[in-house]
Design a protein around this ligand. Sequence first.
Ligand SMILES: [Mn+2]
Length: 296
Amino acid sequence: MESTSFDNFGGVATRSGADPAAARTIFVSAPYEGTVSYGGGTARGPAAILEASRQVETRDDETGVDLEELSFALGPTVLPSDDPPDVYARRLEQAVRDVVGLGAKPFVLGGEHSVTIGAVRAVREEHGPVHVLSLDAHADLRDEYEGHDHSHACVMRRLLPGGGGTIVGVRSYSAEEARFAAGRKDVRLVSAREATSPSFDAAAFVASLPAKLYVTFDVDGLDPSVVSATGTPEPGGLRWWDALAILREVFLRRTVVGMDVVELAPVDTSRVSDFATARLVAKMLSYDALAGRENG
Ligand SMILES: [Mn+2]
């Protein structure tokens, strides 16, 4: 489980070497699953992503970016004891604050979705109001869930103050969440039906977002044909290229100050979801690098 068994994401020697202090992007592993309500296993997510990443071809065929030309490193693993989610959020917030303090961009590997709370708080401390773009099957707008207000089901609700949020790919939420969202100006839901329609314009959608973003990618936002190893897989999700068209525009046209990929719950019987998630992480690194180049 410890990240010390891996040298780096992708198993590659990057331009900056393995020294986190010199890296443009630093991974923080957050193997936390304190409030999972259905299928468990997200605590094994970060290790499964790193393990699968060693099989990902380093060159990205779409952008031509090679991971070996980039600058990223593995930072800390914030190991959970039996922390309730609010306590874990504070510990992760500190770890992400340390990464931001080095001048690097944090990339959190979850773990359940509640880990996003601490990460976003740390980047907002540095960058001011940051809008949260969530790719997720669920709205996560509950005020509390199973006794916790820092539950995975409450992530976006907790993070609306401080910059607002947009949830894309959403297709499962309660009547109370729908009412709440309808009455707020600082949250927008873009349904999976809309985002997968042939007429959906990713560029126009991204152009409507605020300039400064934190991107949280819950893998259940993807269709289960892409990633099925997750706690609550919902049919009818974003397909691979739907999601990537959005991400590419986001990295190229907006300022992304931090990101995470959460909710992979690896299974022993298939590597498909682990590999797709590792490739997703590599894609995000590639788009971010492309953005750095295009902006000089
Ligand atoms: Mn979700």
